[in-house]
Design a protein around this ligand. Structure first.
Ligand code: PLP
Length: 463
């Protein structure tokens, strides 16, 4: 029998995370005075042990035993060799998927949620506040807080709150609280509700509500938590790629192509950053972050300094951004609707180490349904974008007659997303391309901000 599932034993789990900041130089985040921020300015928002991690340039960071213990509920995750999909696509490529959908909340997100809950707990924090787009992050943090005995409060983007009511019930099941954003609970929420009572909400605005709630809590034991974008989040996710490397070694393969969908960039980073280390050191690998054409941060937005949230509470981050006030069209991949992208991923794009791709909504669902009908697992709408890129790459390998090894992050399952599949089967989903005028308009918000330098880390001809 062919080996379909490649597993690791419990004791083979990686015991360190990989830090990409050991490999690349970046523009610093800036404070309101336009100067690089120090650790103290973040202290009301995050615990100091996570701020230290955010700024660390150590290549390897030990994973505490308590975190490994919670990881052991679902990690190491299996790797799937997609024989059936290969056959249907008639491709010479070998397709491997790292299956992050097997975690209790159903995605990669608890890899960092568990770590963040742990470090907050150790620092003496009692409650975490956060936002969520499609509900994946809110449920992951509720799960993680529950494991470590912390309270959890979540602001969920209104359009998802209405489309996906059962994500909220998951949060309640793990003891979390969930509010529709914009809400009347914060200044940021009330200001937007006054002007636009019917707004679908945005991740940028929900972040503002969560930060405001955390920093105005007078107990001193509440902090904010972010599910993507920041350096420490990318770091925690690298367990995915480090496991994948060991699994591929077991079958004697190494990837020629790596694919992950990108909202804030964390599942993509988790799979690909450990391999970027190899690419910098001479390996030939094509690495593709994939986004929806409806929210084209990677493929269309310029590299600028912008805030991570609508109300401008965060420092200025060096990133590709559509503008912090951007309200994305309500496509069904809620987790891919963020206006910005991780600064580390932005830098890797500038360095030419990764090549962004954009996929339409209908191509994404077509690939997702093909995957469900060949490999059996129904993917999350976000994951469908990575799968559509996979289908393109597998076909390309066929045209080139090359036996390429393609590695994909299967970031989550779609069992909580049946509403969007229902619309797809009813023919009610459409493609939406963001008009260039819209992009130009929403980018006005940062035109007076300082501009990041074009830091170059590598000589292109050597990569
Ligand atoms: C949240 C989410 C994403 C997008 O977030 P990243 O930080 O870019 O990984 C992708 N897939 C799934 C299943 C998600 O839940």
């Amino acid at each position: 029998m062919k080996q379909k599932i490649i597993t690791l034993k419990a004791q083979e789990i990686p015991r360190q995370w990989f830090n990409i900041l050991a490999e690349i130089k970046m523009n610093p985040p800036l404070g309101p005075d336009g100067k690089p921020i120090g650790p103290d300015s973040l202290a009301p928002v995050f615990p100091m042990n996570l701020i230290e991690q955010e700024m660390s340039t150590e290549r390897w960071i030990d994973i505490p035993e308590e975190i490994l213990e919670v990881y052991s509920i679902w990690r190491p995750t299996p790797m799937i060799r997609a024989f059936n999909l290969e056959k249907v696509l008639n491709t010479p490529a070998k397709i491997y998927l790292k299956n992050e959908s097997v975690s209790p909340p159903g995605s990669h997100k608890p890899n960092t949620a568990v770590a963040q809950a742990y470090y907050n707990k150790v620092f003496g924090i009692k409650k975490l506040v956060t936002e969520t787009g499609a509900g994946q992050w809110g449920s992951a943090l509720s799960f993680a807080c529950n494991q470590f005995g912390l309270e959890c409060e979540v602001y969920m983007v209104r359009v998802s709150f209405e489309q996906k009511p059962y994500r909220k019930i998951m949060m309640l099941s793990w003891g979390g609280k969930c509010y529709s954003s914009p809400s009347n609970r914060t200044n940021a929420g009330r200001t937007v509700l006054e002007k636009h009572p019917d707004t679908p909400g945005s991740l940028g605005l929900a972040i503002s509500e969560a930060i405001e709630t955390a920093v105005t809590d007078t107990s001193g034991t509440t902090r904010y938590s972010l599910g993507s974008v920041l350096n420490h989040v990318m770091l925690h996710q690298t367990i995915i790629g480090l496991e994948a490397k060991k699994q591929l070694e077991k079958v004697g393969d190494f990837p020629d192509v790596i694919i992950g969908c990108a909202g804030g960039g964390s599942n993509f980073a988790g799979l690909s950053y450990p391999f970027i280390y190899d690419k910098i050191n001479g390996k030939q690998i094509e690495i593709y972050p994939v986004e929806p054409v409806a929210c084209p941060t990677l493929t269309k937005a310029p590299f600028v300094y912008d805030h991570g949230d609508e109300a401008k509470y965060t420092p200025l981050l060096p990133m590709h951004s559509l503008g912090h006030a951007f309200i994305p069209p309500p496509i069904h991949a809620g987790g891919l609707r963020y206006h910005g992208i991780a600064p580390t991923l932005s830098q890797l794009i500038n360095d030419g180490l990764v090549t962004p791709k954009a996929i339409t909504q209908l191509d994404a669902y077509e690939a997702g349904v093909l995957f469900a009908r060949t490999e059996g697992i129904i993917p999350a709408p976000e994951t469908n974008h990575a799968l559509a890129c996979l289908v393109d790459e597998a076909k390309k390998a066929g045209e080139e007659r090359k036996e390429k090894v393609i590695l994909v992050n299967f970031s989550g399952h779609g069992l909580m997303d049946m509403g969007s599949y229902e619309k797809y089967f009813a023919g009610e989903l459409t493609n939406f391309t963001l008009p260039e005028e819209e992009i130009a308009k929403s980018e006005q918000v940062y035109k007076d901000y300082p501009k990041p330098e074009l830091v170059k880390n590598f000589n292109q001809s050597t990569v």
